[in-house]
Ligand binder design. Sequence first.
Ligand code: 3PG
Length: 212
Amino acid sequence: MSDVFEQLGTCPVIPVIVIKKIEQAVPLAEALLAGGLEALEVTLRTPDALDAIEAIAKALPEAMVGAGTLVEPAQFQRVIDVGGRFGVSPCLTPALADAADAAGMPWLPGAVTATEVQAARERGITDLKFFPAGTSGGPGHLKGLAAVYQDVRFCPTGGVTVDNLSTYLSIPAVAAVGGSWLTPADAVAAGNWAAVTETAKAAVAAAHSARQ
Ligand code: 3PG
């Protein structure tokens, strides 16, 4: 079985971060950590993403910073080289899985069908991203997969918010949830780090309630 979720810490909420301005990376990460989040997923969708991961890893060694949107095998080692400690991909292919293995990277690939979950298990990967959660059948579909694949754990992302995270986290197979709602575009653009911290705190509180 995989142990990626254990490596990501104890907080079951993972922000999906899109860095548009490199100077925002460290204060944004600080604000998220202050809200109680531990693992930070910086998506490789913007030119500054790798620099942002490096800056966060250097400035905030306590942060479990990693990369999302890993879609090229060559990206895995680059992420490790700049201090990234985990990776997330929207899917699992042999080329991506080989790259994760070669880089020694804790990795959450995406899966939403029984065929995809089966393929992951056949590679020994049982910690998965469930993406895009909302349009792939949501909690009902995930429960169906979990009933069959009882050794698999999921991190739903895509359409997860503070309003529905409890529904996902009340499913035992859901080890964590992720999403971009934790970095509200208006607050980030304005550098309103207090608002980012409050959003994170609200998510952590909702997650805590869902787990009780
Ligand atoms: C991801 O990158 O995991 C998702 O695109 C995040 O989806 P969201 O923006 O709906 O949270």
